[in-house]
Ligand binder design. Structure first.
Ligand code: HEC
Length: 139
């Protein structure tokens, strides 16, 4: 009986530890972006021009399977614009360099169809969600 009483503080310490671990991982998920939300945002804002998944075909833009970690401008047979090729020569896509491109394509390649027909995603959290989603799509 005594033992139970003594165990109580230990139990609440464990609960506190668990709570802080959960909070920390929730914070991390936020900074990393939410892939489920990103999927919806991609469908609403990018899928008009970009397909993903099995059998993805070029539309106005190239398919984006496995794009994070891939060389820019590398989809076989896609006619990238000269401005895009120049700006992204020797670029490998990462969270860091996709972010400004989808935030404001006009600022990077004003002549790209992506810049001409798409205003970009001004909200950093939404960009992080979309990037997190792109990372879940295998090549
Ligand atoms: C109006 C059509 C359009 C929309 C909308 C659009 N894009 Fe694009 N995107 C393009 C085109 C076209 C290119 C190729 C650029 C060029 O050749 O100038 C491109 C290129 C890209 C590339 C580089 C691909 C590669 O092979 O290197 C990424 C990454 C990309 N877009 C992501 C996105 C994301 C994410 C969204 C939504 C937030 C989006 N795009 C919305 C048309 C679009």
């Amino acid at each position: 009986m005594r033992r139970l009483v003594l165990d109580r503080p230990a139990l609440s310490t464990v609960a506190l530890l668990l709570a802080s671990v959960l909070l920390a991982s929730a914070g991390q998920a936020l900074a990393e972006g939410n892939a489920a939300k990103g999927k919806a945002a991609f469908a609403a804002k990018c899928a008009l021009c970009h397909q993903v998944g099995e059998g993805a075909m070029p539309l106005i833009g190239p398919p984006l399977n496995g794009i994070v970690g891939q060389k820019a401008g590398a989809f076989p047979g896609f006619a990238y614009t000269p401005g895009f090729k120049e700006n992204f020569a020797d670029t490998t896509w990462s969270d860091k360099n996709i972010d400004p491109w989808i935030a404001d394509p006009k600022a990077l390649v004003p002549t790209s169809p992506m810049a001409l027909a798409f205003a970009g995603i001004p909200e950093a959290g939404e960009r992080a969600d979309i990037i997190a989603y792109l990372k879940t799509i295998p090549k």
